[in-house]
Design a protein around this ligand. Structure first.
Ligand SMILES: C[S@@+](CC[C@H](N)C(=O)[O-])C[C@H]1O[C@@H](n2cnc3c(N)ncnc32)[C@H](O)[C@@H]1O
Length: 226
């Protein structure tokens, strides 16, 4: 049973601010013509979407992601795929400015391109092979996707195989997930055929957890050779 007082930080408070409907009062033409920075300004500042998400940035798991994990990944990996974009993820592109030409985001929801990188794909992760060749990425950040879209164990098993296909041998996979939303896929042996828990040079343990009420967990893996 899952304790109700445990925190799932990524669950939006109240109305979902990253719903593209937040721009619904603008005409379709205006939406197409407006540059991304202007759309972000309208949504975040004029429509107040930032107020719904500002609280996220003060939580230990988010601070760890933004200040430690992502800068370390940006310094060590070139072709990074960040899965799932939202009003609270657009600033991550700055962290990847060194490799901006290769930093890619993906989300199946139309409108998420507003929050995505210069290279944003509107599609589910499961369709990544239609957009990039096999082994294209040397790192995938899969944070808050299991339990927020890819929810059942069979879907997660299939996604892990897809992640193996899209990451080059020796590449890095980061999985961020919530202990109160899903089973521990390591206990089920789902990563074992495709990923190893040994990550060379990783400055943290393979698994990082945070004091309750946070339930967020970060697991790092190396993509096994074929
Ligand atoms: C809780 S948010 C996490 C956002 C971001 N990854 C982060 O770390 O803050 C979940 C996001 O995953 C996206 N998502 C759900 N299913 C997906 C899938 N199959 N492929 C890619 N993105 C997906 C949703 O549209 C949503 O934007």
């Amino acid at each position: 049973m899952f304790a109700e007082d445990r925190q799932v930080l990524l669950a939006p408070r109240g109305e979902d601010g990253h719903n593209p409907c937040a721009m619904s009062q603008a005409s379709d033409v205006a939406k197409k013509l407006l540059p991304k920075w202007a759309k972000r300004f309208i949504l975040l500042r004029l429509r107040g979407v930032h107020k719904r998400y500002d609280h996220l940035r003060s939580h230990p798991s988010r601070i760890f992601l933004e200040r430690e994990i992502l800068p370390w990944i940006a310094a060590h990996y070139e072709r990074v795929l960040f899965v799932g974009t939202a009003p609270y993820t657009h600033q991550f592109e700055r962290i990847f400015r060194r490799s901006r030409d290769h930093y890619t985001t993906i989300d199946p929801v139309r409108g998420t391109e507003t929050w995505g990188a210069r290279h944003h794909i509107v599609a589910p992760l499961q369709e990544i092979a239609l957009h990039r060749p096999k082994g294209h990425f040397d790192c995938v950040v899969l944070n808050g996707i299991f339990g927020f879209g890819i929810d059942d164990t069979e879907g997660q098993r299939a996604a892990i195989k897809i992640l193996h296909d899209t990451i080059a041998p020796g590449g890095l996979l980061l999985v961020g997930w919530n202990t109160n939303l899903m089973l521990d896929l390591e206990d089920l042996g789902l990563f074992e055929p495709y990923f190893s828990k040994e990550v060379e040079g990783l400055p943290w343990p393979h698994r990082t957890r945070f004091p309750l009420p946070e339930t967020h967990t970060y697991d790092f893996y190396t993509r096994r050779a074929d």
